[in-house]
Design a protein around this ligand. Structure first.
Ligand SMILES: Nc1ncnc2c1ncn2[C@@H]1O[C@H](COP(=O)(O)OP(=O)(O)OP(=O)(O)O)[C@@H](O)[C@H]1O
Ligand SMILES: [Mg+2]
Length: 250
């Protein structure tokens, strides 16, 4: 298991932060310790998405004032461990020192990142990564942006790159898996359906993995976490019974 996993996209709004939070939650379900870092310093929203009210120390304090990162870790009631970033208007935080700040941490680090490919911070994030997960939606603008950030990661000599196809609707208006793989020249390591449970969980400021353990998206987050850990995972049995009943009733 690599130590630093970055979650990047190219295009904004494809589901990076949702993915980072749920991957962390799914890894926890397998008993795998991890730490989420909100490295989207231009528009941090992890605090809002998990409704963490007051944070005395943030990534800003760690990077600027060399506060030990251990002191900035917040433990959410779901067990997620997070280093938050302050929402205060501040787009000058330079992440080139992030590597130094995290180098002594023993656990897997999951870095949520800003969208875009031109930012120096994106390069710093990619540079630090042992594994790069590129989240995209099955639509041309998102996939072309994903292909660009993949190229950037490859230029930085990153080899452990995988695509996660998020918000799949299975209709005729979207790209299929094979097309995305060809456009990105990179394997797809996970697929997550469009799932109202994700938005419901978001409304309740919880990861869907905790909010709706039987939701189709949760099953896919768990599958991917198992894959990354090299572990077996079979979805809960009553899930297939639920699907069978739905078919019989049709
Ligand atoms: N599988 C899914 N099914 C339904 N809605 C989803 C799914 N994944 C993400 N969303 C929704 O998509 C919206 C954007 O998600 P999110 O904020 O995680 O994207 P992002 O890539 O981090 O955005 P940004 O680039 O602005 O940081 C949220 O409202 C989230 O609930
Ligand atoms: Mg985000």
């Amino acid at each position: 298991m690599p130590n630093v996993i970055s979650v990047v996209s190219g295009k904004g709004g494809v589901g990076k932060t949702t993915f980072a939070i749920n991957l962390a939650a799914a890894l926890n379900e397998f008993g795998h310790n991890n730490l989420l870092i909100d490295a989207d310093v231009s528009n941090p929203n992890m605090l809002l998405m998990l409704q963490i009210p007051h944070v005395p120390l943030t990534l800003q304090d760690v990077i600027r004032d060399k506060v030990d990162i251990e002191h900035a870790i917040r433990v959410h009631h779901t067990g997620l461990r997070i280093v938050p970033t302050s929402h205060a208007f501040d787009n000058k935080l330079d992440l080139s020192k992030l590597g130094e700040a995290i180098e002594t941490l023993p656990e897997t680090i999951i870095l949520d990142s800003p969208p875009g490919i031109d930012d120096a911070n994106i390069r710093s994030i990619l540079d630090l990564s042992d594994r790069v997960i590129v989240v995209t939606n099955p639509e041309i603008p998102a996939v072309t942006a994903a292909a660009k950030i993949i190229k950037l990661a490859k230029n930085l000599k990153k080899t452990n790159i995988g695509v996660v196809l998020n918000r799949i609707r299975d209709d005729q208006f979207e790209l299929i898996k094979d097309e995305v793989e060809i456009m990105c020249e990179t394997p797809i390591i996970g697929t997550i359906p469009e799932d109202p449970a994700v938005r419901r969980a978001g409304f309740d400021t919880l990861p869907v993995v905790h909010h709706s353990p039987l939701a189709p998206s949760t099953v896919q987050y768990m599958r991917l976490a198992a894959r990354l850990l090299g572990k077996e995972y079979s979805p809960p049995k009553y899930l297939s019974i639920k699907r069978l009943l739905a078919k019989v009733r049709k």
